[in-house]
Design a protein around this ligand. Structure first.
Ligand code: HEM
Length: 88
């Protein structure tokens, strides 16, 4: 399914919560961070705190300035379903 955009449920997102299979959501977008893991300047264990879930709050608390859309451009999986962050 390379290159295919897939809407992701919270249930599906929660399955990808380990070092070998790591997804996270930021502002309604789900990214596969498995391959980014070893390049994360904050280390593997820090990044794992945000995997398998909506990591928006955690991400912003640590480094809201980081340009994740650019860094994770090729890691985009799809939009998170039932996303609260899109609400006005
Ligand atoms: C740095 C935690 C997600 C990119 C850091 C640092 C921590 C951290 C503690 C500081 C490391 C240090 O200065 O020694 C986390 C946590 C995450 C997370 C808990 C869970 C959501 C991400 C994601 C990306 C990312 C998704 C990129 C797409 C970076 C970058 C730095 C960094 C670029 C260096 C920032 C700088 O020095 O200005 N992270 N991170 N992080 N992280 Fe994360």
């Amino acid at each position: 399914t390379a290159g295919k955009i897939l809407p992701v449920t919270n249930e599906e997102l929660a399955r990808h919560n380990n070092v070998n299979d790591a997804w996270l959501a930021i502002r309604g977008k789900v990214f596969n961070v498995t391959r980014y893991m070893e390049f994360h300047p904050g280390g593997v264990n820090e990044l794992l705190r945000g995997t398998g879930k909506d990591a928006t709050k955690l991400f912003d608390e640590v480094h809201a300035w980081v340009n994740y859309p650019q860094l994770l451009e090729k890691c985009y999986v799809g939009p998170l379903k039932n996303d609260c962050h899109k609400m006005p």
